[in-house]
Design a protein around this ligand. Structure first.
Ligand code: ZN
Length: 238
C-alpha cells in the first residue's frame, strides 16, 4: 500500500515529474484541480512510485479515478469497482490538443464509473456557450413566435447561482504582457480603442491565452498576447 497525500511537498517524486514534464504536467494539474472540485470524498492525494506519478480519488462504492503521469504522458483512468475491470476512459498523450474539457464534461453526464459528484459544476466557458446556443435557437424562430416568447417573460431577470470551476490567472503575467504590448493590439497592430476610467486610465486591451488554460495551456508570458476587444472576440467566436 502506498500512502496518499494531497501535499505535493510530501511527494518529491511526483513533484519532480511535474517539474520535468511541463506540458504533460499542465494537463495533469488541470485534471487534478478540476476533479478535486468535483470530488465528494476526502481520501485523495498523490502517490509516488518509481515508475509513475498518480493522483488518486477514491470511492469504495463507485470506483475510483486516477490521474497518472507516466514518462512524458498524462492520462486519466477510471476504474470500476463493480466489474474490477480497468476501464481506461481516455488517455491524453500529453499534447496541447488534449480534450480535457470533454472528458470532464462526461463526469457531469455520469458516463463513467468514477465517484459521485459533489455538486453540479460548470466550467467558465460553458455558461457563455450555453447562452450563445440559446440565442442561436431563438434566431431560428419566426418574428411572431419570438414575440410570443418575449411577451410571456416578465422582464424581471431571474437570478441563478451555480458552482463554477475556473483557473486562477496570474495578475503579474497579465501586467507584464500589457507592458510589452504598450497600448497596441498584438494582432492587428491598432492602438487600444479607448483608455480605462473614462479616458484617464491605461489603454484597454485584453490578455488572451494562446492555448487555453482549460486545454492545458500554461499561465506564462509566452502563452499570452494582448488583443483589442475585436481581435479577442474573433479568436473566440470567429
Ligand atoms: Zn486587434
Amino acid at each position: 500500500m502506498f500512502s496518499r497525500s494531497p501535499d505535493l511537498d510530501a511527494k518529491p517524486k511526483a513533484k519532480k515529474w511535474l517539474l520535468d514534464n511541463k506540458e504533460a504536467g499542465a494537463i495533469f494539474m488541470a485534471a487534478k484541480d478540476l476533479l478535486s472540485a468535483l470530488y465528494t470524498g476526502s481520501n485523495d492525494g498523490y502517490i509516488d512510485t518509481a515508475q509513475v506519478v498518480q493522483y488518486r480519488f477514491n470511492s469504495r462504492k463507485e470506483g475510483y479515478v486516477v490521474v497518472t503521469g507516466r514518462k512524458k504522458f498524462a492520462s486519466i483512468e477510471v476504474y470500476g469497482v463493480e466489474t474490477r475491470d480497468i476501464e481506461i476512459f481516455k488517455i491524453f498523450p500529453g499534447s496541447m490538443d488534449a480534450d480535457l474539457e470533454n472528458f470532464l464534461a462526461s463526469f457531469r453526464n455520469r458516463e463513467h464509473f468514477g465517484f459521485a459528484l459533489k455538486n453540479e459544476i460548470y466550467f467558465e466557458n460553458e455558461i457563455l456557450d450555453e447562452f450563445r446556443e440559446s440565442v442561436e435557437e431563438a434566431r431560428k424562430l419566426s418574428k411572431a413566435e419570438r414575440k410570443k416568447k418575449i411577451d410571456a417573460t416578465s422582464g424581471v431577470p431571474a437570478v441563478k447561482t451555480r458552482q463554477v470551476a475556473y483557473h486562477v490567472r496570474s495578475p503579474y503575467v497579465v501586467a507584464e504582457r500589457l507592458e510589452i504590448a504598450n497600448g497596441r493590439c498584438e494582432k492587428c497592430g491598432n492602438p487600444a480603442p479607448f483608455l480605462r476610467d473614462k479616458g484617464r486610465g491605461t489603454p484597454y486591451l485584453e490578455v488572451h491565452h494562446k492555448i487555453q488554460l482549460s486545454k492545458g495551456g500554461w499561465d506564462e508570458l509566452e502563452n499570452t498576447e494582448a488583443l483589442c476587444p475585436n481581435c479577442h472576440r474573433e479568436k473566440h467566436y470567429g
